[in-house]
Design a protein around this ligand. Structure first.
Ligand SMILES: [Ca+2]
Ligand SMILES: [Ca+2]
Length: 180
């Protein structure tokens, strides 16, 4: 069993993916986030097609996990708990893949850094529209010349989704609790 601390973070994660704020995760959240993401970046047609496809695959593999088009919070927590309890190392690997794929899409210029612009657009596309809070979240990574290394951001999300150690500071959890 995952401890209460980790389960509380999975609940935050679920809520953060409810892009249209209707209390549940459905295909509408996929549609809204990927369309907004493409529009805000003004992606050319070819790149847009690829992004739309990659994001849909990401949602299917890591969020819906075999369910079609809708997943409740309790189903989501149940699935994560089951995988986590079965094999923690394998679960961590799967989360590494999850956040590497996601931030690879978010890193639109492929420089292996996340800029403030890339960060803000991604969060806006996912329904987190408070720019001041999103900016504070980004600044928590202590960017240098406006950039945070790709790996650092990915690692913070892996920690968020897998760590049971509540004595360690958690940038992602702290940001969402501040209202992001
Ligand atoms: Ca929703
Ligand atoms: Ca970048």
């Amino acid at each position: 069993m995952a401890n209460e601390f980790l389960v509380s973070k999975w609940k935050i994660w679920y809520k953060s993916l409810d892009v249209n704020h209707d209390g549940k995760i459905t295909f509408a959240d996929v549609e809204e986030s990927r369309s907004k993401f493409s529009e805000l970046h003004h992606l050319p047609e070819e790149q847009k097609k690829q992004v739309m496809k990659n994001l849909e695959q990401w949602w299917n593999e890591f969020i819906f996990r075999g369910k079609t088009g809708e997943i409740s919070e309790s189903e989501f927590i149940k699935m994560l708990s089951k995988e986590f309890s079965a094999d923690k190392a394998k679960f961590k690997k799967s989360m590494e893949k999850c956040f590497n794929i996601l931030f690879d899409v978010i890193d639109t210029n492929k420089d292996r850094s996340i800029s403030e612009d890339e960060f803000l657009i991604a969060f806006k596309a996912y329904g987190h529209e408070n720019v001041a809070l999103d900016t504070n979240f980004f600044k928590a990574y202590k960017p240098i010349d406006g950039l945070v290394p790709f790996k650092e951001i990915v690692n913070s999300w892996i920690e968020f989704a897998t760590s049971e150690d509540k004595t360690k500071p958690d940038i992602v959890k702290t940001a969402f609790e501040a209202g992001v």
